[in-house]
Write a protein that binds this ligand. Structure first.
Ligand SMILES: Nc1ncnc2c1ncn2[C@@H]1O[C@H](COP(=O)(O)OP(=O)(O)O)[C@@H](O)[C@H]1O
Ligand SMILES: [Mg+2]
Length: 288
């Protein structure tokens, strides 16, 4: 790992890299592996999925106006994986992300987070799950304009009933991690787009979520600011944070472990990329 990308001592980003199923169960591929071994390996991989969907569907409208926004998606995302989702506007990327994070209910199929179904649980349980286990990052930041940077970041922790002192401590550490310690008391209106998005990412990490779901996080940024955000995602990836990033930016996709292409609500192609981490520097020509 590059020294400057290393998380600080006692990093607050959860470190789940070693539980990545991609690194486990390699014995299943050995010549002596029998069907039972493979089955056990499959079960282990399934039980380790942070996110899992089966036959996931979301429809809007009816009759002639019926839109199949998500149309039968099967997905398994292991701990520590970064998955990029790409596809043309209107193909269902945002809808899929909302279903994965429990912001929206599916019309059919299953979604499990950390091995627990979330598609059929009650509103309160779903809200609790969203607060504690999922971090969202949106294209247009969605910061509270009347709150300062540090207040925005600590809000999810306060809503999860952490003590004000603990929430502030974590928010301060996160501000440092995203390189904005000196902007703690700035309102969003006094920050650049790139700085706002870094604040939004810090906010997403407030409750140490199992997964961060980002919807075109660089879509509103100029290329220099986008690069800052990209670097931040790459660092999160290296620290073991599970990430799903919807993006049009090939540079983000290049840093992912897997890239999924969507068309008309369905996955049409999936590419496993080599290595995943450490690619950004090479890609943008900053490293040899
Ligand atoms: N709330 C909604 N009501 C009706 N149709 C919707 C709604 N949200 C999304 N859609 C439709 O679902 C399809 C997928 O949308 P979306 O998930 O936003 O795509 P993407 O994020 O890939 O651009 C589009 O045809 C869109 O018009
Ligand atoms: Mg969208």
């Amino acid at each position: 790992m590059r020294k400057d990308l290393e998380p600080p001592e006692g990093s607050i980003v959860s470190n789940a890299a070693n539980t990545n199923p991609a690194n486990a169960n390699t014995d299943a591929n050995a010549p002596h592996a029998n069907a039972a071994d493979t089955r056990v390996a499959d079960m282990n991989a399934a039980s380790m999925s942070v996110l899992r969907t089966r036959g996931l569907r979301k429809e809007y409208g009816r009759g002639d106006g019926l839109v199949r926004a998500v149309d039968g998606v099967d997905l398994d995302i292991g701990a520590g994986e970064t998955v990029a989702v790409m596809g043309p506007s209107g193909c269902g990327k945002s809808t899929l992300l909302h279903l994965l994070g429990g912001l929206d209910r599916p019309s059919g199929g299953e979604v499990s987070l950390n091995g627990r179904r979330i598609d059929d649980i009650g509103e309160r349980a779903l809200a609790r799950m969203r607060r504690t286990s999922v971090g969202f990052v949106f294209q247009s930041f969605h910061l509270m304009e009347e709150l300062t940077a540090v207040e925005n970041i600590e809000l999810p922790a306060l809503l999860a009933r952490r003590s004000p002192r603990a929430a502030r401590r974590r928010a301060t550490a996160l501000l440092e991690q995203v390189g904005l310690a000196d902007r703690a008391r700035f309102l969003p209106s006094a920050l650049s787009g790139g700085q706002r998005q870094r604040i939004a990412i810090a906010r997403a990490l407030s409750n140490e979520p199992s997964v961060v779901l980002a919807d075109e996080p660089t879509g509103n940024l100029d290329s220099a600011a986008a690069l800052d955000v990209l670097r931040l995602f790459e660092r999160l990836h290296e620290s073991g944070q599970t990430l799903v990033i919807v993006t049009h930016d090939a540079r983000i996709a290049a840093t992912a472990d897997r890239m999924i292409s969507m068309r008309d609500g369905a996955f049409v192609d999936e590419t496993r990329l080599s290595g995943g981490t450490g690619q950004l520097g090479v890609f943008i020509g900053l490293e040899d």
